[in-house]
Ligand binder design. Structure first.
Ligand SMILES: Cc1cc2nc3c(=O)[nH]c(=O)nc-3n(C[C@H](O)[C@H](O)[C@H](O)COP(=O)(O)OP(=O)(O)OC[C@H]3O[C@@H](n4cnc5c(N)ncnc54)[C@H](O)[C@@H]3O)c2cc1C
Length: 400
């Protein structure tokens, strides 16, 4: 799209161009448009875009969505299902079942199909005047500094935005082109998702633990559940994955799958920087936490709110030397808690002995799990949980 007399400047020269129209890109578009900025989003796919996901929206994720203008009523009106906490289930070496559960201190979570969430975000962005180019692949960028405009080339057009946002997922090309690839990767696992036609049997998201990773079950409708498996090794099929979780296998014995399974990589990745000149990264492009935390979407939405604030300031004061620096700092702060929770979960995943001991303790003292959940949803500070959190509890019991 070269500017012609028929094409308004906000299409070819938007304040903000966003590469990637997944949850992070759409949330960033909404946050920027809420500040009155003109926004153009391009994505190579056609909406609504589906992806392997556990499809659980934690209470803090719903709160962030409300800041983006999608309140819990709108989520409840779209097909979704409430859950009021988290339950862990495992079997120890002697075959004894261990289980513990806790309720969210405030509010409830919601399970919702990824495609419905995508449509809700698109509707909100469209209502705010965001422009979309679907089936449009970003093929190159030239990032500018200060008040100069950058250049973005896609398979359809060339644009000249003030700011470029890379929301193009794990394998972000924007990240590479902006030389922001330096990162620490602490875990790489593989997820597999399947929906089943079955009325939810539990008011919790249930997380089943085994020596072959986790399976977690999210209620997403009155007659549908989403099951996500996360493991270091790729499961060859849902049947093979279920074989590692006998209790869940038994529950799903007669349940019919409602679509084909979907797989995806999940990483715990921290980037050294997420901004350079007039380019900012968001969502999985900017680093990610292991899927089992259920915090990926919430993190995207909170990053979007912070990025919207920064972009509004940057565009008002284009002469500022590092216009995106406040987003860089906010990004560091926002990822601390999810990474802490991811480390805790991954340690439990890596040591069956520690996992069984910890679950034994949590089963006996459910208030500890309640406290962990309060920390998880941001309603209690990490330090209240001890410097090593849940692990301190488990490790203490290992030696004590
Ligand atoms: C198995 C699994 C289970 C999960 N469960 C949960 C959960 O229960 N709760 C939760 O909160 N989070 C969960 N997550 C995490 C969550 O799914 C991610 O954090 C989230 O999808 C990140 O969104 P994103 O927009 O950054 O990336 P994506 O959803 O990957 O979107 C990136 C978009 O960019 C587009 N794109 C890429 N390259 C280009 C290009 N060159 N030009 C144009 N477009 C491009 C793609 O088409 C895509 O639409 C889970 C993840 C996995 C893998």
């Amino acid at each position: 799209m070269q500017a012609t007399p028929h094409e308004p400047a906000h299409l070819t020269h938007p304040d903000v161009f966003i590469a990637g129209g997944g949850p992070a890109g759409l949330a960033a578009a909404i946050a920027a448009a809420q500040h009155g900025l003109s926004v153009h989003v391009a994505d190579g796919m056609v909406p609504p875009i589906d992806k392997a996901c556990g499809e659980g929206l934690m209470p803090d994720t719903l709160e962030a969505l409300t800041h983006l203008g999608i309140n819990s009523q709108a989520v409840a009106q779209a097909e979704s299902h409430p859950f009021r906490g988290i339950r862990f289930i495992t079997t120890d070496r002697s075959g004894q079942r261990l289980t513990t559960q806790a309720e969210f201190p405030l509010g409830e979570g919601r399970g919702m199909r990824r495609t419905l969430l995508h449509q809700l975000l698109i509707d909100r962005a469209t209502a705010l005047g965001v422009q979309f180019s679907w089936q449009t692949v970003v093929q190159g960028i030239e990032a500018a500094q200060g008040s100069a405009r950058s250049t973005v080339r896609t398979n359809r057009h060339t644009l000249h935005p003030r700011t470029i946002v890379g929301a193009d997922g794990h394998q972000s090309r924007i990240r590479a082109w902006a030389h922001l690839d330096r990162a620490t990767i602490s875990a790489r696992r593989i997820g597999l998702r399947q929906h089943f036609a079955l009325a939810p049997w539990s008011p919790y998201v249930e997380v089943y633990w085994s020596n072959h990773g986790q399976a977690y079950v999210t209620p997403i409708g009155p007659n549908e559940i989403c099951v996500a498996f996360i493991a270091h090794r790729k499961h060859t099929s849902i049947t093979e994955a279920l074989a590692h979780f006998p209790e869940l296998h038994h529950r799903l014995a007669y349940a019919l799958p409602t679509n084909t399974p979907r797989g995806s990589i999940t990483l715990s990745r921290k980037l050294h920087r997420v901004t350079r000149h007039n380019v900012a990264l968001i969502g999985d492009a900017s680093g990610s936490v292991d899927a089992v935390t259920g915090e990926g979407l919430g993190l995207c939405f909170r990053q979007a709110i912070a990025l919207g604030n920064t972009l509004a300031q940057a565009i008002q004061s284009p002469a500022t030397p590092n216009p995106l620096s406040s987003y860089q700092q906010a990004h560091i702060d926002l990822q601390k808690l999810p990474h802490f929770m991811a480390r805790t979960m991954l340690l439990l995943d890596s040591s069956p002995h520690l996992r069984n001991r910890t679950l034994t303790v949590l089963q006996r003292r459910p208030h500890l799990f309640q406290h962990m959940l309060r920390v998880h949803v941001g309603q209690a500070p990490i330090r209240l949980f001890g410097s090593n959190g849940l692990l301190a509890t488990g490790a203490h019991l290992l030696v004590g």
